[in-house]
Design a binder for this molecule. Sequence first.
Ligand code: FEO
Length: 389
Amino acid sequence: MRARAIRDGVMWMGAVDWERRVFDSLVPIPDGTSYNAYLVKGSGGTALIDTVEPEMGDRMRSQLDEVGHVDFVISQHAEQDHSGYLPQVLERFPDAPLYSTPLGKRMLVDHLGIDGDRVRPVKDGDTIDLGDRSLRFIHTPWVHWPETMCTYLAEEKILFSCDFFGSHLATSRLYAGDDGAVIEAAKLYYGEIMQPFRNHIRKNLEKLGALEIELIAPSHGPAHDRPQAILEAYAEWSAETPRNKVVLPHVTMHGSTGLMVQRLIAALVDRGVDVVPVDLVTLDEGRLAMALIDAATVVFGTPTVNGGPHPRVATVAGLVNYLKPKTRFISVIGSFGWSTTVGKNLPAMLPDLKAEVIEPVLSRGLPGPEDMAAVDALAETIAKRHREL
Ligand code: FEO
């Protein structure tokens, strides 16, 4: 794909990765992705913002053949999907300085072997002059690495945001417009990548609130030409108060835990609580991450296996802990054969959630009327806690 104008003198560059389905050997990206770079031309110089995943370097090479000389190179984020083609760019334009945050400089040297003498670290608010326009650097740490920054082109009211506000979405479209599917893809991306950093995200959103923004140009997915929609979505997703919602990751081996899961779903719905059951046999980690964004409670449904939780549940508990959702309450339901420790050792797998443990409900064998009454009582407790949020 050739370089494409998004404004006068501002070009989209990069690559659309239609085929990719997993990121970082971890994150499902069912709709592919893109690696967006941008070229900003001024009367006194041209700046390139970010590059592409190294395997896509041939796309960028031919685009650079078209657009001509680059005077300044900017790295907003050192992760390889944006910095991976930097070494070739620096070789091609040997006089162009490379701008990054101070921590970005160290990471570019460490991860890509870039010559530190080429890098000019920028302070928050520093600018570079392109003649009739200038670029301002805005430090936005922890979206989702510590060295990240955005770049603001005031004359066009464009914010180049790298991963911030991005979406893993392969599309031929440059702009999101009012397509809700882009916000949904951005939500999936937020859930998978940004969720653990919501405190930093809120601070960065506040900082960006001082800017007049007409276009947000991220480094994955289409640009937000109606920026208020994605800004409001991020404000909602990163807010500290969760919704009246339970995420219920569960697995059953011989049906007993499954009966308790179905009873809990019905009991929660009866009490006006939203429920998102997540079957761990056909788990989609991305959908789970997205469901966790605003859930007040996570209840694990697990049989006891060798005294502990089912291995799939243990794995998912690790993932939930890693994502650090804003969850306030956790609990466990499930059956066991002769003895169990899941009531204690499963919550212990979630130390980073700092959530209150609501008394687990564990049934010896097939759940009877008393066990089901205990499940109903758990639903009642959850509903009550949610009313107090
Ligand atoms: Fe898209 Fe953190 O790289």
